[in-house]
Design a protein around this ligand. Structure first.
Ligand code: ARG
Length: 458
């Protein structure tokens, strides 16, 4: 008899080249735990509604556990003739239980089975990603606490713009990764839906109880339309988009720190354990982890693109194209997981070079905008103040000096009677102290945010 689960209708075997071309066991074997759990829930439900006996369900449940152990031990033989993990497990069950095993697939199809397994897998992957993001946020919050009072140059266009507290800088990444976590939470809602029971496409004429399976597998709801189920991979696209956004956030941070670790910037001391050397240049210490993080982002975005193109133009309901979804999904998750696993300790162990930062922090007119705002506070119209400070910057730059090096008279000209006071308020420390708006780098604002994040991430 044919080993194929669909052998009845066919004469002769499948061409070997077709088996090689159509197999998915090489990729979907990763779903074995999810497949077993879903099958156990399905079997228990079949017994509840009387489609199999309670004793049969118990035997199926136990045999599936044994098959899981075998797979875990690596002793399960895989064969492309059995196409995928679902068929492997079902055939192993039939080999153990005979006719009882042949009852498991009652009221379901691989179409709803595959997507159920993937949903279970994605649910775990979302939770794991969320945990790793929280670890990374904690690393940034730790650095924010350590470097709370340190002042960094803030950049726009990679040109010195305004001073910011180091804590403010670190918390900017905490915010980005928080949004990533919120996106995952949102995605989880649409992922955590029971597909099983939609069967091939139209549902079943058997008295299956989908609500019972939902409760057993911890899904939030039951998919309402059987025809929608087997073609619905929206949750996958969403998840891989969320992973792409994480990768994009990581890539910006990685690029920034790669730049900051150069001799030209020299803001950071990367931990030796997270850098590599050169086989020919003895002095080199390269930020490979940061570079690979930046580079791997391309893979994740590529996976998103792959999924979108895969789904484009697919008619209802199941189409075999869908089997291709898992390679992209798994690779995107593995890549982001790998990045996050090294990012958190790298952040925790990297130190700012406070001396280098302090020695250069008065360069680049970081106090110019605060000077302008102080003139505005003294009644100078904004555009007039902007122009006046621009002229002062030009003058200081011509003298290769700072704003504070200019004579009091220059400030007196724009702020009559207050030239000395205005000049005395220059410098980055004064600029930082002058901030006051909500969400700004004002020390009280940053301290409040830091305290809130410590509590949120505790
Ligand atoms: N290996 C297939 C997959 O992963 C199983 C689904 C097969 N369904 C079908 N109608 N041929 O998508």
């Amino acid at each position: 008899m044919s080993q194929k689960t669909w052998g009845g209708r066919f004469t002769g075997g499948t061409d070997r080249r077709v088996e090689e071309f159509t197999e998915s066991i090489g990729v979907d074997r990763r779903l074995y735990r999810h497949d077993i759990v879903a099958s156990q829930a399905h079997a228990a439900m079949l017994a509840e509604v009387g489609l199999i006996s309670v004793a049969e369900a118990a035997q199926i449940g136990e045999a599936l556990d044994a098959i899981g152990t075998e797979i875990e031990a690596g002793t399960m033989p895989y064969s492309i003739a059995l196409e995928d993990i679902h068929t492997h497990i079902e055939q192993a069950l039939i080999a153990r239980l005979g006719d009882i095993g042949r009852k498991l697939h009652t009221g379901r199809s691989r179409n709803d089975q595959v997507v159920t397994d993937v949903r279970l897998w994605v649910r775990e992957a979302i939770d794991r990603t969320d945990e790793l993001l929280a670890d990374l946020q904690r690393a940034f919050v730790g650095s924010a606490g350590r470097d709370e009072g340190v002042i960094l140059p803030g950049y726009t266009h990679l040109q010195r713009a305004q001073p910011v507290l180091a804590a403010h800088y670190y918390l900017a990444y905490v915010e980005k990764f928080q949004r990533d976590r919120e996106r995952l939470t949102d995605c989880r809602k649409r992922a955590n839906v029971l597909s099983l029971g939609a069967a091939a496409l139209a549902g079943s004429s058997l008295p299956i109880d989908r609500e019972s399976v939902r409760a057993k597998l911890g899904f939030d709801s039951v998919a309402r339309n059987s025809l929608d189920v087997s073609s619905d991979r929206d949750f996958l696209v969403e998840f891989v988009f969320d992973l792409s956004m994480i990768a994009i956030h990581l890539s910006g941070w990685a690029e920034e720190w790669a730049i900051w670790s150069t001799t030209e910037f020299n803001f950071l001391e990367l931990p030796d354990a997270f850098c590599t050397g050169s086989s020919i240049m003895p002095h080199k210490k390269n930020p490979d982890v940061l570079e690979l993080t930046r580079g791997k982002t391309g893979r994740v975005i590529g996976a998103l693109q792959q999924l979108l193109v895969l789904l484009k133009g697919l008619p209802l309901a199941y189409n075999r194209d869908l089997q291709e979804d898992k390679a992209a999904l798994f690779d995107a998750f593995d890549t982001v997981e790998g990045c996050l696993l090294v990012a958190a300790p790298l952040v925790a162990q990297t130190k700012l070079r406070r001396d280098v930062l302090a020695a250069r922090i008065e360069d680049g007119f970081l106090d110019a905008t605060t000077l302008m705002e102080s003139l505005i506070s003294r009644g100078v119209p904004m555009r007039t103040a902007h122009e006046a400070v621009g002229v002062l910057v030009k003058k200081a730059e011509g003298a290769r000096g700072r704003l504070a090096d200019l004579p009091v008279a220059d400030f007196e000209a724009v702020a009559p009677g207050a030239g000395a006071a205005v000049r005395g308020s220059l410098g980055v420390a004064n600029a930082i102290a002058a901030f006051r708006s909500y969400g700004s780098t004002a020390p009280v604002e940053v301290a409040a945010q830091l305290a809130a994040w410590r509590e949120r991430l505790a």
